[in-house]
Design a binder for this molecule. Structure first.
Ligand code: GLN
Length: 548
């Protein structure tokens, strides 16, 4: 369980950008905020972020990916909202558990303090005790950084969000005016006759003001850029200068949002309002790598099948992003073909067989496992480049045990407790664990890589440190049998099997860890890059030449 920060130093000199959302959720305010952060980082500032999730869960670890998308894992083992993944990818930083503030975490802390007698004699209340704790968490996360972007999840007006907005109001009261900026992201829809409508924005700003918050900057999410008249109307009714109203139109690729934000001048406006301009690297000298990486033309196209059970792109967000990063690195457009492991009908099977490579991702529970095992078998027998991640790694072991070693009924003890061959079994340290939240083997752990193996070629090193999230692992009693039948465990951490490969296959690679959580534009995850490069080689393209 990651530790929580305690006291903070109130003598900080940093700047805070608060980002709220109006009208409806899912507007992409996280991407807007992360994009602004990227541009500030390009201008030389050390930027970090905090995501506030006003739900009562302590963390995202026990949440169903169907409802909230993937659970993102940080290096310290924090299981957090997927927006933190976007901040890590856009800002190219590693964040910690303290950067995800939830109602569960905050209330638990306040109640624990009450039980310990820290508030002795006082009535413990949302204001000031919960709001103080919220402010403390924001200040601590911001410590040591020039700029901290704080995104409040949900929509203004939600009951759950109220204590946070009150905390922000107090925060603004306590800090210097020039150190804080409120950005509000809303929806600007089109009417039937093609007019951009500002009423939802007006209502949402009215709601914000009723709690004592006046936005400094308004960002309108719209299909297109906002017309000048729309901007003027928003400025007039929401009481901000017209220059403080920005568009955030739909773009093809989220990685192009920073380019859009830059074009609109939002970064310059933010720097001006926060008094950062004198300290910023002059525009002409700023790093331009991001633009170069995300706008290069792909010279090739490949299809990768993703054989999972959650039919929602967000449930596998980091895998989709890792494939994009690997595509940037190899000048390849990677199309993901969705294959439902739970309903492997003819159409899904046909799609899998049409793909140039197969990924079996992580997951929990028995549903869909047979489809995953079938996908592994198909990839193994037909020399199709294959990457198995966490549960995908475990299913590769199960498939090999059943179909190559001949261990009939081999399975993971997670799926079948009384399997005759528990080739995947519960981690010994999990025997006594009863709670579900925050109790898996989590976060960054080092893996030793055997020289001369594919894993060594992929990582180019004797070790790698990747993020984990699992309760089960390869049963040490079966390692000799599996290896003498040809499966190679090329990465280990003591007695734990971390990487597997098949020497006689073009690319059959599995990892007990989740490499997708460390992939970034410009620093793609090696197992993903190797997957795409192998595909390009097998389809006759020389990746070296393509890259040149
Ligand atoms: N359910 C498996 C385990 O707990 C795999 C976890 C995962 O894929 N993240 O070990």
């Amino acid at each position: 369980m990651p530790t929580e920060l305690t006291d903070y130093d109130p003598t900080l000199g940093n700047k805070f950008i608060f980002v709220t959302g109006g009208v409806m959720s899912g507007l992409g305010k996280g991407i807007t905020a992360a994009s602004t952060g990227r541009l500030l980082a390009n201008a030389g500032f050390d930027v970090t972020a905090v995501k506030i999730d006003p739900y009562l869960n302590v963390d995202a670890g026990t949440m169903n990916p169907y409802q909230h998308g993937e659970v993102y894992v940080l290096k310290d083992g924090g299981e957090v909202d997927l927006d933190l993944g976007n901040y890590e990818r856009f800002l190219d930083v590693d964040m910690t558990f303290d950067h995800n503030v939830t109602t569960g975490k905050t209330y638990r802390h306040v109640i624990e303090k009450e039980r310990a007698g820290d508030y002795l004699g006082k009535t413990v209340q949302i204001i000031p005790h919960v709001t103080d704790d919220i402010k403390r968490r924001i200040r601590e996360a911001a410590e040591g950084h020039d700029v901290c972007i704080i995104e409040v999840g949900g929509t203004v007006g939600d009951i759950e969000g109220m204590p946070y907005l009150e905390a922000l109001r107090q925060f603004a009261h306590e800090e210097e005016d020039g150190d804080i900026l409120f950005t509000h992201v809303t929806l600007v829809p089109y009417s039937k006759n093609g007019e951009q409508k500002t009423k939802p924005t007006q209502h949402s700003v009215k709601e914000l003001r009723s709690i004592g918050l006046q936005p400094d900057v308004l960002v309108g999410r719209c299909e297109d850029k906002l017309d000048p008249e729309t901007k003027e109307k928003i400025a007039l009714f929401c009481d901000v200068p017209t220059e403080a109203v920005f568009s955030n139109p739909d773009v093809e690729d989220i990685y192009h949002v920073p380019l859009m934000v830059e074009e609109e001048g939002l970064d310059e406006y933010v720097m001006q309002e926060l008094g950062l301009q004198e300290r910023a690297i002059p525009a002409a000298d700023r790093a331009n790598e991001w633009r170069e990486i995300v706008t290069q033309e792909a010279t090739d196209e490949v299809d990768v099948a993703l054989v999972g059970k959650y039919g929602l792109e967000d449930a596998y967000m980091s895998i989709h992003e890792s494939l994009k990063h690997a595509g940037f690195e190899t000048n390849t457009e990677v199309n993901v073909l969705w294959v439902d492991a739970d309903e492997m009908d003819a159409a899904h099977a046909e799609r899998m067989e049409r793909a140039d490579g197969i990924i079996v991702p992580g997951g929990f529970g028995a549903r869909g496992t047979q489809g995953k095992i079938d996908a592994v078998q198909y990839a193994r027998e037909n020399d199709v480049p294959f990457l198995g991640l966490c549960l995908g790694f475990q299913m590769a072991v199960v498939e090999f045990a059943r179909n190559v070693c001949g261990f009939e009924g081999a399975h993971s003890a997670e799926m079948e407790a009384d399997t005759p061959h528990p080739v995947i079994d519960i981690l010994p340290e999990q025997y006594e664990v009863e709670d579900m939240g925050g109790t898996m083997r989590l976060g960054a752990h080092e893996t030793d890589i055997e020289p001369g193996t594919l894993a060594h070629e992929v990582y180019g090193d004797d070790s790698c440190t990747e993020r984990h999230r699992h309760r089960y692992e390869v049963n040490p009693e079966y390692i000799d049998d599996l290896e003498s039948a040809g499966l190679k465990f090329s990465g280990r951490a003591g007695n734990r099997m971390e990487i597997l490969e098949l020497p006689d296959h073009p690319y059959f690679f599995g990892t007990q860890f989740h490499p997708e959580f460390r992939s970034r534009p410009g620093r793609a995850s090696p197992p993903f890059v190797e997957l795409i490069e192998t595909i390009l080689e097998s389809t006759g393209e020389d990746p070296e030449e393509v890259a040149a």
